[in-house]
Design a protein around this ligand. Structure first.
Ligand code: F6P
Length: 319
């Protein structure tokens, strides 16, 4: 393998830059050329590609976002767009690819592998919604951001004796809510994986008041529904003044945690090692603190399992 390409696709995640840096440096260390593909699969289709060198990735390990920029490409999902992308790879002499992104991006990586281009997927998404890996790059940074927000909102919640609902991202996955809710000491955590009972949430609000608790933090995963509807019900059923904060894209930015940088660095190096050993169609992940790789199709088919034990712990600790 003489030349590889690297791209970031889908929603950006803190730690993508650390992974790009690792890919570029490990490739050059092994005397392989690296081409940076801009704006995800769109850049692959329109040939927005530049060779990278050691200094292209200097000073980025600590930065959020992605220096290669990202996109969700509708065109790549069409046959015409896909064929254009394959043609561009040939023109630039790219004989292996590394794709940084979530499951949508991995589907593209799988298709490219099936078309004969050795491709490796590195899991990058704040959602932690990929079943084959314990964690995805960016997840713990997003959790830190949410925990920081919870602590700040808790101050004002206490001052006013309110209930505060904090809506977090995660698409259909409740992991950001679960992990941040536990670390932030939330009174209720509402996730798509567990049936939601507004009466139970209200009971907790009243119980807290009765035992003199001044604050009340409810972390709501975006996949459950509308935070303002939940707020309205709490006000009606408990008479407690309630406010909503939708954290939104603040969760996608910021300097990556050390853990995200470490797994990004390890996976970037591992991706190069796999390509140099002529292994394509693989997804990288982390299981029991070990970097693993598996067939990308198998990885995509593994269902995400929600940590019910952790969820139960949050209930015990928030009485
Ligand atoms: O997949 C990452 C994510 O941030 C989700 O949590 C969220 O639902 C979605 O992307 C938002 O996407 P966009 O940035 O395209 O609005």
């Amino acid at each position: 393998m003489k030349t590889i390409g690297v791209l970031t696709s889908g929603g950006d995640a803190p730690g993508m830059n650390a992974a790009i840096r690792a890919v570029v440096r490990a490739a050059i260390f092994n005397k392989v050329r690296v081409m940076g593909i801009k704006q995800g699969y769109n850049g692959l289709i329109n040939g927005s590609i530049e060779e990278m060198n050691l200094s292209s990735v200097a000073d980025i390990i600590h930065r959020g976002g992605t220096m290669l920029r990202s996109a969700r490409s509708d065109e790549f999902r069409t046959e015409e767009g896909f064929n254009k992308a394959v043609n561009v790879l040939e023109i630039f002499g790219i004989d292996g690819l590394i794709i940084l992104g979530g499951d949508g991006s991995f589907k593209g990586a799988k298709k490219l592998s099936e078309a004969g281009i050795p491709t490796i997927g590195i899991p990058c998404t704040i959602d932690n919604d990929m079943g084959y890996t314990d964690y995805t790059i960016g997840f713990f940074t997003a959790v830190e951001t949410v925990v920081d927000a919870i602590s700040k909102i808790r101050d004002t919640s206490t001052s006013h004796g309110r209930a505060n609902i904090i809506e977090v991202m995660g698409r259909h996955c409740g992991d950001i809510a679960l992990y941040a809710g536990l670390a932030g000491g939330a009174e209720s955590i509402i996730v798509p994986e567990v049936e939601f009972d507004i009466d139970e949430v209200c009971k907790r609000v009243i119980q807290g008041r009765n035992r003199g608790k001044l604050h009340h933090i409810i972390v709501l995963a975006e996949g459950v529904g509308n935070a303002y509807d939940v707020s309205k019900s709490i006000i009606e059923k408990t008479g407690t003044d309630t406010r909503v904060t939708i954290l939104g894209h603040i969760q996608r930015g910021g300097t990556p945690t050390a853990f995200d940088r470490i797994i990004a660095s390890k996976m970037g190096g591992k991706a190069i090692e796999l390509l140099l050993n002529d292994k394509g169609g693989r997804a990288l992940g982390i299981k029991c603190n070990q970097i693993i790789d598996m067939d990308i199709d198998e990885a995509l088919n593994m269902k995400k399992v929600f940590d019910m034990e952790m969820y139960d712990t949050t209930k015990v600790l928030s009485i």
